[in-house]
Each structure stands twice: as C-alpha cells, then as structure tokens.
Design a binder for this molecule. Sequence first.
Ligand code: HH2
Length: 294
Amino acid sequence: MPAASATVTQPSEWVCAKHRISLVRPRIMGILNVTPDSFSDGGCWLDPEVAVARGLALVAEGADILDIGGESTRPGAAAVPEEEELRRVVPVMAALAQQVSVPLSVDTRHASVARAALAAGAAIVNDVSALDDPQMAAVVREANAGVVLMHMRGTPADMQRAPHYDDVVAEVRAYLAARLETALAAGISRAQVVIDPGIGFGKTTAHNLALLGALERFAELAPVLVGASRKRFIGEITGAPADGRLAGSLTVAVWSLMRGAAILRVHDVAATRAAVTMAGALCGVVDREQNCVG
Ligand code: HH2
C-alpha cells in the first residue's frame, strides 16, 4: 500500500482496460518470459504450450497480474525484431486471455507489439522505456490500458556501462515525474499510470539500494511497481547465483511494500504471496494505519 508519508493521495484503483485493480492491498505481478535468453529463466517457457501452462500455474500460485514478455532486457541484451517479439507474445497472450480472469500485461517497448497484445486480450502495457516509442502513448490511450512507466538509463545493450548519477533518487524521480506529465498530456489518465524506478536498469548495487530506500518519494507521484526479483544486485550482496536468490528477493519484496510499493513483479509467485501475507499479518498486529503492507 502507498506509504503513509506520501503527500499526494494516490488512486486506490488501477484502471486497466476492462479491469479495475484495487491497490488497497499489495498486488503480485507474475513474470512469464517467452524468450530464449532472459537472465534467470531464458528458454524455460519459449514453447507456447509450456508458456500457457506456466501462466496458469502462476495464477494458481496467486498472481494478481501476469506480465508476458518476448524480449529480454537483461544488461547487454540485443534488441529483438518486432516480428519475432510478436510471434512469441501474441499466441500466448491470446490463449491465456481465454483461460484466466486476471489482467494480462505485455512487457514491451514497441507500440506495434503493445497494440497486437492489447487486441489479443492484454490490459496493461509494461514499458521499460516509458513511452519512448512515439506511437506508444496513443496505443495506451485508445485501449484505456494500464501502463507502467519505468526508468532506464540508455538501452539494455549499454545501460550497465559505468552508470553514474549525482543523486540517483532525485534524477530517477524527476525523470518519472516528467514521463508521467508526458502521459497525461497525451490523454492518458492518472488512474492508468503506475511508475517504476527500474531496479537494475542502468544502476549499480549502490544505486539500487538508494532507490529501494526512497520508495516513499516515488509513491508521492503515482502507485509504484518494484521489479527486483532474482536480480544481480541481490547476488552481489548475498553471493547467490540467479537460481539461489529467493531469500534475497523475498526480503526486497517485503521491504518494498513497507516503503510504499503497490505492486511486486516477481518470478516466484507462491513464495512471494506467502511472504506478503505473513508480513501483512505482522503489520496488522502493530498498526493498520502505519506504513505497512497489510
Ligand atoms: N525487469 C525486467 C523486465 N521487465 N519491467 C518492469 N516494469 N520493472 C522491472 O524491474 C523489469 C521489467 C527484467 O527481468 P526479467 O523479465 O526476469 O528478465 P529479462 O529482461 O532478461 O527477460
């Protein structure tokens, strides 16, 4: 839930096409990467039938939203041709839209892919480039879709080459505030927008920690999504490889909720659901009105 210290009251509902997602309780976005090369699960769900089965399993584990992506944005990743991204994403989106009632999200930087995914049943555009494609804002507006505006410095291919900020929190916050204004000026409503500081996208471990320590500052602007699941900085701190970062990921998840995040984008839905439920119960004991998750 948004932090108690936020100075602006944020929408308690996220408008996503035909869906209204209540943000009074924390929401879990399950990751479905239909890619050969994602950093932690590349190649696992590339086959469309396997991908659909994985999506159904994530919903059964407690995902409130499914985020389906056909292009890895890991550091150093090359851009995927749009036809290939469409080929990976659209059939899986269409099949899941027939079989689940939770809102579906498409993780893409390309307006053509977003348009096709929305036509196939998606309700949210998760755009790590925050409307960089000149057509993207119109696609979101016309579908009345939800949109995630994420901060990234550079492109996935070059973003981890010595990222530097004088004040990472102030600079990322100013960027997201400006992108939010761009979205509003393009006719997207405030209730459609969620922002994301972009953990790991052109940031060092110190930058990621600074952002996670200041999530309340972002929650002043709009509801906040945090995507830290299995990321490299957790490995740098704990020494764990990508498949051993669950404990670190859960710790960041609970921390993020307690600092004002509304939505967690995660690979390990069942474990995150349990951690969020437990943290909520503990917060309920302390004080329901405080900056808590329950
Ligand atoms: N992280 C990744 C991809 N998309 N979207 C948002 N809004 N926030 C994030 O932090 C975020 C994101 C990277 O994680 P993953 O999808 O698991 O890996 P890959 O990009 O290699 O497919």
